[in-house]
Design a protein around this ligand. Structure first.
Ligand code: CMP
Length: 138
């Protein structure tokens, strides 16, 4: 059984997509093991995306991610890292496959509705960034 971190980004929350995103997870056999709504400070967003700090989009991305509430979740299931990435679609919604969350709802590469961990190592860091072990329901 694998775990991954999912974030419904500020654009997804403000556009009323929380239910739709969660529905897609549940419909596809993904279990939600932890969930909360929070508003990131700029510093918390910078820490979360620290691997991207040299990228040209870092300032804009961290500004966006701290612009409003987000929903953070721990997803659990077999092969869930890959499964979640398939459901999300490519980072750039213009390149995302039909029927994916980003293709159906995202407006641009930055405001792309959802985030998902890209590897087991990243998932471990990202889950630990938001949740302690008492908040994850086995
Ligand atoms: P995410 O999966 O959260 O990982 C890093 C985020 O940076 C990505 O989704 C986008 O929101 C953003 N991002 C990635 N590439 C670009 C880019 N070329 N321009 C702007 N934002 C980007």
């Amino acid at each position: 059984m694998e775990r991954t971190l999912s974030i419904i980004k500020p654009d997804g929350v403000s556009r009323g997509l929380i239910g739709e995103v969660i529905r897609r997870f549940e419909k596809n056999g993904i279990r939600i093991a932890a969930m909360k709504m929070i508003r990131l400070t700029r510093k918390q967003a910078q820490g979360f995306y620290a691997v991207h700090r040299e990228r040209p989009f870092f300032d804009s991305l961290t500004q966006f991610m701290s612009s409003g509430p987000v929903v953070v979740m721990v997803l659990e299931g077999e092969n869930v890292i890959e499964k979640n990435r398939t459901l999300m679609g490519a980072t750039d919604p213009a390149k995302a496959a039909a029927g994916t969350i980003r293709r159906d709802f995202a407006t641009e590469i930055e405001k792309n509705v959802v985030h998902g961990s890209d590897s087991p190592e990243t998932a471990a860091f990202e889950i630990g960034y938001f949740f302690n072990r008492f908040e994850i329901v086995a």
